[in-house]
Design a protein around this ligand. Structure first.
Ligand code: NAD
Length: 496
């Protein structure tokens, strides 16, 4: 008997009534472990009504009361990280240490949000005009929704909910239906931390639930992380229904390796960032652009490292790389390797024939050399353990390649030349840049986001931009009248 994963509304588990469910797998075994409820439009309305009522009272909780809940939540998350990591591994497949890593990066955002009294401090101008003071305040939006991808079932919800709740909103999470249980774990922790019921809601579902949220008049804002076509759809639909939307999309992240790079440092970093979480990270390095003579030694150094990676069940100690999320996705990724080979790439390491567990959705690591920009393996986001090497002659050629790509989430340069690195950070048209750092996910007090087709909307996720996204500014101009100087004046008010 598989488990049932249901919604979390008003501080309790609420069984779905739509009659529609989806299977949840353990990707390491291929077994169905649960059925997740898929919400109907009517269930969306029930959840939004509960959140709206909660938002009205939560916004009046004082900053120190909100901060106290955030501190308690932070402590619980810290203490229970191992339990949550086990849930992530069981439904996503990533190895336990990697699941702990995603929780640690999510926890950073909770820690940032504990500082909400400081983050919401406004400015005050005494005496802007004679007897007049001006100041600004930031107020919550009301009900905000987060729609999240399968690849970070704990971290991405935490990117959103910590700041949204700290700012005084009620937050509705629509997690990926592929690994929905982490969301319920977070809901219970919020409750234990003292968050009033209704402020954090989990609504499971697919397109129907998403469309319900995007069109509901009482949802003020939508944060989305997922693939580019859906991000674009979310942005267009949400904004056309009057909502504030930030929608982060897919990626094709390039590593530019200059001839002077430390070969072992670059190879270690690229292997870690290309194959970690089986390549299912939006900041995975999926293209290595080798400049000049470093290409041959770089390909050899990467190829040397791949057979040492242990592919298997992420719950087992010693495993380096787990399975892909579904059988269909595994087959799609293997199909990309077929197409790369057919279009002329050199298959240096072939994940299709690797010795991997027979059950589950496993695929070995693939290294493709002599990839060119026309190939499908170069153009598409593969989202699997496949690294392509593109050979170029110069820095300028490599830079032009990166800047011509439709995606612009992250990139990294490997070099010992500070001047070249500084030039790259200036030239490259990408939102997050690493200098000898392969996965430059910004710390929680900066903000996360790409450019071009990797982000729709103008607000990046979390950090200061997250606080702005979840609040509206208000400017107050105030005078306490002195009856002795009061007079009628029909002119437009000027500062005096
Ligand atoms: P996805 O776009 O398939 O799904 C994301 C969310 O959208 C899920 O909650 C899903 O239920 C919902 N959804 C799916 N199809 C929908 C539809 N037709 N209408 C409305 N909602 C729909 O993405 P995924 O496969 O879960 O995640 C992988 C993708 O996410 C990759 O492209 C990856 O690059 C991207 N990603 C980006 C970032 C980033 O920060 N830019 C971070 C993580 C993942």
């Amino acid at each position: 008997m598989s488990e049932r994963v249901s919604h979390w509304i008003d501080g309790q588990v609420v069984a779905g009534t739509s009659g529609r469910t989806a299977p949840v797998h353990n990707p390491a075994t291929g077994a169905v472990t649960a059925e997740v409820d898929l919400a109907s439009a009517a269930e969306v309305s029930t959840a939004v009504a509960s959140a709206l009522a909660a938002a009205k009272s939560w916004r009046s909780a004082s900053l120190s009361q909100r901060s106290a809940v955030l501190f308690a939540f932070r402590q619980l998350l810290h203490e229970r990280a191992d339990d949550l990591a086990k849930i992530v591994t069981a439904e996503h497949g990533k190895v336990h240490a990697d699941a702990l890593g995603e929780i640690a990066r999510g926890l950073e955002n909770v820690e940032f949000a504990t500082g909400v009294p400081q983050l919401l401090k406004g400015g005050f101008s005494e005496g802007a005009a004679t007897g007049v003071d001006v100041y600004n305040i930031r107020q919550p939006l009301g009900v905000v929704a987060g729609i999240t991808p399968f690849n970070f079932p704990a971290m991405v919800p935490l990117w959103m909910c910590a700041n949204a709740i700290a700012c005084g909103n009620a937050f509705i999470l629509k997690p990926s239906e592929k690994d929905p249980s982490a969301a319920l774990f977070l809901a219970r922790l919020w409750q234990e931390a003292g968050l009033p019921d209704g402020v954090f809601t989990v609504l499971h579902g697919d397109k129907e639930a998403v469309d319900g949220l995007l069109t509901h008049p009482d949802v003020a804002a939508v944060s989305f992380v997922g693939s580019t076509p859906i991000a674009k759809y979310i942005y267009e639909t949400g904004t056309s229904h009057g909502k504030r939307v930030q929608a982060l999309g897919g990626a094709k992240n390039h590593a530019l390796v200059l001839p002077d790079a430390d070969l072992d440092v670059a190879a270690d970093a690229i292997v870690s960032a290309a194959y970690g979480a089986a390549g299912e990270r939006c900041m995975a390095l999926s293209v290595a652009v080798a400049v000049g003579d470093i290409a041959d030694p770089l390909v050899d150094a990467i190829a040397l490292r791949l057979p040492k990676l242990v592919v298997g069940d992420g719950a087992q100690p010693g495993t380096d790389m787990g399975p892909l999320i579904t059988r269909e996705h595994r087959d799609k990724v293997a199909g990309y390797v077929d197409s790369g080979e057919a279009q002329g790439a050199t298959v240096v390491v072939d994940g299709r024939t690797a010795d991997v567990p027979a059950d589950g959705f496993f695929l070995g690591t693939t290294l493709l050399d002599n990839v060119t920009p026309e190939m499908t393996v170069y153009r598409d986001e593969i989202f699997g353990p496949v690294l392509g090497v593109v050979r170029v002659e110069t820095y300028d050629e490599g830079l032009a390649l990166i800047n011509a790509n439709q995606y612009a989430n992250g990139t990294a340069i490997f070099t010992r030349d500070g001047g070249a690195a500084r030039q790259f950070q200036y030239d490259v048209e990408v939102g997050m840049v690493g200098i000898n750092v392969p996965i430059p996910v910004p710390v929680a007090y900066y903000s996360f986001g790409g450019w071009k087709d990797s982000l729709f909307g103008d607000t990046h996720m979390y950090g200061p931009e997250g606080i702005n996204f979840y609040t509206r500014g208000k400017v107050v101009t105030s005078r306490w009248p002195d009856p002795a100087t009061s007079s009628v004046d029909l002119g437009f008010p000027r500062t005096r």
